[in-house]
Design a protein around this ligand. Structure first.
Ligand code: TMP
Ligand code: MG
Length: 217
């Protein structure tokens, strides 16, 4: 059987990742599942949810970073099983959010290299789509500012970190041409969905190895 593909949406808060993940899921159904990170329904996810919503709940930056990674490891077996049984898995955020948001804090010694290590060995996406918008457009979307990290200055630094992470991946032999940047500014939901489908269709149609790869960095 052909294994399922792992398709990842990354981006800043409120750039339309969740909308696009759901549209893609519908197109790939019945042969697809959506997993969103953080997965807030698990034990670790509950702590993350509290951290994001309660700005008085403090944890060391390193601990928060490891919780987000642990949350992915909680779901890793399920993702592998789904892929091996031929189900496509659409991800709404994953390891690159982990790196970009944590590295944007500029905590001593917690650089991008440090941040990538706990995720090493997780299933590797077959395709990563980075949804971006022109400066600050995402901040006008409904709900912006409700959770921790939804602050203008911090979002700009996260964006810079995403760009750096993807540049480093492009330069490494492992992840070449697996990241596609889609600027959503001035595009309708349907227009973005079309650009997305043009990227996803060849990935889900072409034959692939019988097993998934792992993230190496
Ligand atoms: P969400 O808005 O997509 O539910 O994500 C919640 C916040 O968590 C968002 O600001 C991005 C942040 N985040 C991290 O800081 N590290 C991670 O590993 C992930 C997956 C999300
Ligand atoms: Mg959010």
């Amino acid at each position: 059987m052909n294994r399922g593909r792992l398709v990842l949406f990354e981006g800043l808060d409120r750039t339309g990742k969740t909308t696009q993940s759901n549209i893609l899921l519908e197109r790939l159904k019945p042969n697809a599942t959506l997993i969103k990170f953080p997965e807030r329904s698990t034990e670790i996810g509950a702590v993350i949810d509290r951290y994001l919503k309660d700005k008085t709940f403090e944890l060391p930056d390193q601990a928060v970073h490891l919780l987000f990674s642990a949350n992915r490891w909680e779901m890793a077996e399920r993702i592998k099983q789904l892929l091996l049984q031929g189900t496509h898995v659409v991800l709404d955020r994953y390891v690159y959010s982990g790196v970009a948001y944590s590295a944007a804090k500029h905590t001593d010694r917690m650089d991008r290299t440090w941040c990538l290590q706990p995720d090493r060995g997780l299933p590797r996406p077959d395709l990563t789509i980075f949804l971006t918008s022109d400066d600050a457009e995402n901040e006008l979307r409904a709900g912006f500012g409700e959770e921790r990290y939804e602050k203008s200055e911090f979002q700009q630094e996260v964006k810079r970190q995403f760009v750096e992470v993807f540049k480093a991946l492009e330069d490494s032999s492992h992840e070449e041409k697996l990241v596609h940047v889609v600027n959503v500014t001035g595009k309708s939901v349907e227009e973005v969905a079309k650009v997305v489908w043009d990227l996803v269709e060849p990935v889900v149609t072409l034959p692939t190895d019988s097993t998934y790869s792992e993230l190496l960095y």
